[in-house]
Design a protein around this ligand. Structure first.
Ligand code: FAS
Ligand code: PHB
Length: 390
């Protein structure tokens, strides 16, 4: 079998890239090691930058996002027992974010891909990139007991942090940067009205908390937890009590609870691989970088990588120019590192670190005070949160 672009991974990166290439009449095949239901069973991101919204429209997959997504013009930082609203819309000259679950976005892309007739191979085992340092790369994979070969011009490694693509790159050709945080996020979903119509990021002596949502009837809540916590040790009652402790009184009292589902603990890390182009192989999204979810950047960085790579491939097939391909790694990583910085910074000011001394704690408090009292500081937060330009 042959295609122009072989895409490993049917998550947001792979599906969005596949749709943009299909819209540009560039043949592509997406392969994933699991099935659709497993992918749609993962609960992850919830906030889309305008750039991501625009790419969903360009992929002709944005209708449900516009119908069900919630445009948000601001969010609150809660500390010292009260809220401090960050007015994204005013501070950025009219920009906003859209609250829409990654699960729904992935489902929209899957449905539009199916309708387009483009090929997706699910349950493809042992997907392995070959000869990507030459002009005739190919993939092999196992399915139904048979080993298949897929010849292609390019391979897009959209297979996430634990995927095969980055591992296929020779050790000496890649450099990685990593920071692991000494805590995780315990998250739940509950079919109950959110405690506030906007997101609340809370810094409390007991730890960080985040009040988010998926719709006006489905809430998404997180609390910072230690890395040795186990989901089974967290009953709903214990979770709701801890969340209330960490919020200002008005929210704690107003909170409506309901049985939770999708309760899980996610570790937090910052990770970047450099470069992210190796001959005819490109790393995209979580295969190339990971950020702590505090700044809501993970999914949105996957989208900006796809923006750069899809334009580069469209330019190659349209004008036989390799300029975009040659610039992909440098352009994508320049934006990635700014988002890595922002996500690290927001994580350091909003979480309680186990070894922070009194001096460090006062610094964090001063940073928060400065942040909400200085228009310049709030503007910097706002422009990073809505998403820096591509
Ligand atoms: P993904 O990991 O989503 O998709 C990779 C795909 O490749 C998967 O379907 C996988 O099955 C497939 N794959 C892997 N190895 C393969 C192989 N060898 N062969 C074939 N297929 C293979 N971001 C936010 O912005 N906000 C959040 O709140 C947030 N929460 C998160 C919580 C968790 C637990 C995790 C893990 C991530 C979270 N993220 C969050 C980040 C997340 O949204 C990612 O940025 C996003 O999923 C990136 O999309 P992809 O790059 O497509 O990678
Ligand atoms: C979410 O709704 O899952 C979410 C929102 C904002 C974040 C992280 C996660 O910063």
């Amino acid at each position: 079998m042959r295609t122009k672009v072989a895409i490993i991974g049917s998550g947001p990166s792979g599906l969005l890239l596949g749709q943009l290439l299909t819209e540009a009449a560039i043949d592509n095949v997406v392969l994933d090691r699991v099935g659709k239901d497993y992918i749609l069973g993962r609960v992850r991101a919830g906030v889309l930058e305008e750039g991501t919204v625009g790419l969903m429209d360009q992929a002709k997959s944005g209708a449900h996002m516009h119908a069900a997504g919630l445009p948000h013009h601001g969010f609150s930082l809660a500390f010292d027992g009260r809220d401090h609203r960050i007015d994204l819309y005013s501070l950025t000259g009219g920009k906003r974010v859209v609250v829409y679950g990654q699960t729904e976005l992935t489902r929209d892309l899957m449905e539009h891909r199916e309708a387009s007739g483009a090929l997706t191979v699910y349950d493809a085992a042992n997907v392995t990139p070959h000869d990507f340092d030459g002009a005739s790369p190919y993939l092999t994979y196992d399915k139904n007991g048979i080993t298949h070969r897929l010849d292609c011009d390019f391979i897009a490694g959209c297979d996430g942090f634990h995927g095969a693509s980055r591992k296929a790159v020779p050790q000496g050709a890649i450099r990685t940067f990593e920071k692991v945080y000494p805590f995780g996020w315990l998250g739940i979903l509950a079919d109950v009205a959110p405690v506030s119509h906007e997101l609340i990021y809370a810094n409390h002596p007991r730890g960080f908390a985040l009040c988010s949502m998926r719709s006006e009837t489905r809430s998404r809540y997180y609390i910072q937890c230690s890395l040795d916590e186990k989901v089974e040790d967290w009953s709903d009652a214990r979770f709701w009590d801890e969340l209330r402790w960490r919020l200002p009184e008005n929210h704690a009292e107003a909170m409506v609870t309901a049985p939770s589902f999708a309760k899980s603990i996610a570790p937090l890390r910052s990770f970047v691989a450099e470069p992210i182009r190796f001959g005819r192989l490109f790393l995209v999204g979580d295969a190339a970088h990971i950020v702590p979810p505090t700044g809501a950047k993970g999914l949105n960085l996957a989208a900006s990588d796809v923006f750069y790579l899809s334009n580069a491939l469209i330019e190659f097939y349209g004008h036989r120019s390799e300029a975009g391909i040659d610039a992909y790694s440098q352009k994508a990583l320049a934006r990635v590192w700014k988002a890595v910085r922002f996500s690290w910074w927001m994580t350091t000011i909003m979480h309680r670190f186990p070894n922070t001394d009194d001096f460090g704690q006062r610094l964090q408090e001063a940073e928060l005070d400065y942040l909400v009292q200085s228009p310049a500081a709030s503007t910097s937060l706002a422009e990073n949160y809505v998403g820096l330009p591509y």
